[in-house]
Design a protein around this ligand. Structure first.
Ligand SMILES: [Zn+2]
Length: 386
């Protein structure tokens, strides 16, 4: 009783938040926080909100933190005459704002290619391809260039990473931008970057007294810079909360953990940390379900991963099964640790990692939850509680 009162009081301190809001209310509220990049205020706001929602459903929560260095492009471009042309700093690039003439380097920017021109004190412009970004940057630096622009060799923006950190400012640009940069033209190159330690926070919800779950339901709450992350992956986060709501008051809640991972977009860092920090718990899990991008039907709901779990899913639902479950999400560290894991996914929608990722269909989220509950029931009925 006292706990309920405390939760209610806490809920009152957050405007517009009642006890255990609906899925639709949760979606609307969290989306308004904006992109949930790990380490950002919006990321924390979203986690605090979910925390309260889990508590309102009678769960306890705990936070697990981890730290990692991250490179951020704060907005980079090249100015040519009157035009400001957008580009993306390559990860591990140096930063700086410099004015110099452009020199178009022939070929693909090997040492020999750079030997054919004089780039000393200039901004080298070179095509992507054949040799690595790092090799191009090293060649440009040794030839005396003060900046480097790498032009894509295929349609679209060029976003990439240098294998080695360099002091040279390196900007990736599209073919259209590349074509606008004339040999000898005065350019202002602005590569605005930041390298700093970021703290990620995983949120774990569980019923009081549950120390060894058999099931772990998870999804990542973080999103990429510039993308509000409705489908990727507020949809999966809402699904995890909805699973907790449906499980509350049933035996499933006594056998499960519900986890929102951070740092997924920076390399599955939250789930990797969780697996490492909770090794004894992880080892005993019967299954891990990862829900990522389940709010837009780019493809029908597809489950992939562990063969026995897929077989269980096949027995209780008509969902599409994919033995070669795509990697690149939080089930991977669990699979690597030997945990049977299942990936719930509806494909990559058109707004994937774009500013347009502002839509999700709550009915599709609920659909994924229904399937996850059925499969969990099938998996756990084959393994009675101890
Ligand atoms: Zn995702």
């Amino acid at each position: 009783m006292q706990k309920l009162t405390a939760a209610a009081l806490l809920a009152l301190t957050l405007p517009g938040l009642g006890l255990a809001a609906t899925l639709e209310e949760n979606a609307k509220t969290v989306l308004e926080f904006g992109p949930r990049v790990t380490g950002s205020p919006a990321n924390e706001q979203a986690r605090a909100y979910f925390e309260q929602q889990f508590k309102a459903l009678g769960y306890q929560t705990r936070r697990e933190t981890f730290t990692y260095p991250r490179f951020d492009d704060l907005g980079s471009d090249v100015r040519a005459g009157e035009q400001t042309l957008k580009g993306f700093a390559l990860q591990n690039s140096g930063g700086g704002e410099l004015t110099a003439a452009a020199v178009r380097v022939p070929g693909v920017g090997t040492l020999e290619d750079f030997a054919a021109v004089d780039v000393r004190g200039k901004i080298a412009v070179v095509a992507r391809g054949q040799v690595t970004f790092s090799q191009k940057a090293a060649a440009a630096l040794s030839a005396g260039a003060t900046g480097l622009i790498i032009v894509n060799n295929q349609a679209g923006e060029l976003r990439g990473a240098l294998g080695d950190q360099t002091q040279l400012p390196v900007l990736g640009v599209s073919q259209q931008v590349g074509a606008a940069l004339k040999d000898g033209q005065r350019l202002i190159l602005g590569v605005r970057v930041r390298r700093a330690d970021v703290q990620g926070v995983n949120l774990v919800a569980f019923k009081a007294g549950v120390t060894q779950p058999e099931m772990l339901f998870g999804g990542h709450l973080d999103s990429v810079q510039g993308a509000p992350g409705a489908n990727d992956n507020l949809s999966g986060s809402l699904a995890v909360l909805e699973l907790a709501r449906r499980a509350a008051g049933t035996p499933l809640s006594q056998r499960s953990y519900f986890t929102l991972f951070d740092g997924e977009e920076d390399g599955l860092l939250g789930s990797r940390d969780f697996v490492k920090a909770n090794a004894p718990i992880v080892k005993q899990l019967k299954a891990m379900f990862n829900l990522d991008m389940v709010g837009i039907d780019a493809e029908p709901l597809t489950l992939g991963g562990d063969a026995a779990l897929m077989a269980a899913a096949g027995r209780v639902s008509k969902v599409q099964l994919n033995a070669s479950a795509p990697g690149g999400s939080d089930h991977v560290p669990f699979r690597e640790a030997g945990v049977p894991a299942l990936f719930f996914h509806r494909g990559l929608d058109a707004n994937y990692h774009q500013p347009g990722d502002i839509l999700l269909d709550e009915a599709l989220v609920r659909g994924a939850v229904e399937v996850a509950l059925k499969v969990a029931d099938e998996v756990l009925s084959a393994a009675p509680a101890q």
